[in-house]
Design a protein around this ligand. Structure first.
Ligand code: PSU
Ligand code: MN
Length: 311
């Protein structure tokens, strides 16, 4: 276990608690992608599939959400179903956790909310689709996801396929640098483009297998000091990426539609994602899912490599 688990107010599932106590691999999964990032009813099937992929990779899945004011680390079938079907769930980033706990609210956790709770529970590896980041209208809106700041102060390894092109990708990479968050390309020297295999932006570090990632995690621990995260950037396979021309065209339309509708703040990411899914005839959704599946498999491999190293 990476650090002692607080006894309250987190509720660990029996399976997760047992795995953490035994030092067997655990992978945290976020719930915002299920509740707010994917269309129904496909989202429930995906939630179950992602957990199965973690298990197939030799790790225990810990999907994280806040239910009736209790942060849950590891959800049973009923809870997963609730996340996928309850339209009233909040979207909970890190700063929303204490108000949600205090008021008994329920919500799905974003990367920042999930990373915080996972680290508090002693989970070191987390798989998601894409990180939040700097929005394209940042100079006027100042909209930068809380994901970035939280990762600057949380010791966790996040496997992602980059950040969505709905964001300002170069600015997001600059912010990660400023914040001191290392970004490792997994079998690539280019930052992935989420729906696309590449973004055209170079990365300084490339690693080729999960054991190497586990070594970087150990080096972080040995160096000590600042509790920054490690971002492992894992591209969607080229055969499963969205057609780049379709991507560029529909993205431009989605951004214009968001501006026209005056969508801002927490609502903007779900709005753009839904627009892309609809206007690519579902192709963006398939690329999104391919990216997430790959991330979940790799995260399980990293968690297993770390457990083997520490055994
Ligand atoms: N990337 C995805 N799907 C998502 C999100 C990101 O592929 O649903 C979610 C994540 O939960 C991320 C959040 O943490 O959007 C960022 O939202 P905001 O920009 O409001 O911080
Ligand atoms: Mn935001």
């Amino acid at each position: 276990m990476d650090r002692p688990s607080p006894s309250a107010p987190l509720r660990l599932s029996d399976e997760v608690a047992t795995a953490l106590a035994a030092g067997t691999p655990v992978v945290a999964l976020e719930s915002t992608i299920i509740a707010h990032g994917l269309p129904r009813p496909r989202n429930l099937a995906v939630a179950v599939e992602l957990e199965d992929l973690v298990r197939a990779g030799g790790a225990v899945p810990a999907t994280i959400a806040v239910l009736d004011g209790v942060p849950h680390i590891g959800l049973d079938k009923d809870a997963l179903e609730r996340i996928a079907t309850d339209g009233s769930l909040r979207k909970l980033g890190f700063r929303e956790l204490a108000p949600a706990v205090a008021t008994g609210a329920s919500g799905a956790t974003t990367v920042s909310g999930t990373a915080f709770l996972a680290a508090r529970a002693g989970i070191r590896v987390f798989a998601t689709g894409g990180l939040g980041g700097v929005h394209r209208d940042w100079t006027t809106s100042q909209d930068e996801s809380a994901d970035l700041g939280l990762l600057a102060r949380t010791r966790i390894t996040v496997v992602c396929a980059g950040v969505k092109s709905i964001l300002d990708v170069p600015a997001t990479l600059e912010r990660l640098e400023t914040l001191g968050v290392a970004v490792l390309g997994y079998r690539t020297a280019e930052f992935p483009g989420f729906y696309l295999t590449g973004s055209g932006l170079p990365l300084d570090w490339t690693l080729d297998d999960p054991a190497q990632v586990a070594e970087v995690m150990r080096a972080q621990d040995e160096l000590g000091g600042a509790e920054s995260a490690l971002v492992v950037a894992n591209p969607v396979p080229a055969a499963e990426q969205l057609d780049p021309e379709l991507h560029d065209r529909v993205l431009g339309e989605a951004l214009a539609a968001a501006r026209a509708a005056g969508v801002t703040g927490q609502a903007i990411t779900p709005f753009l994602l839904a627009h892309l899914t609809e206007h690519t005839g579902g192709a963006s959704l398939e690329a999104n899912l391919a990216a997430v599946r790959g991330n979940v498999r790799l995260a399980a491999g990293i968690a297993a490599a770390r457990a083997a190293e520490q055994a």
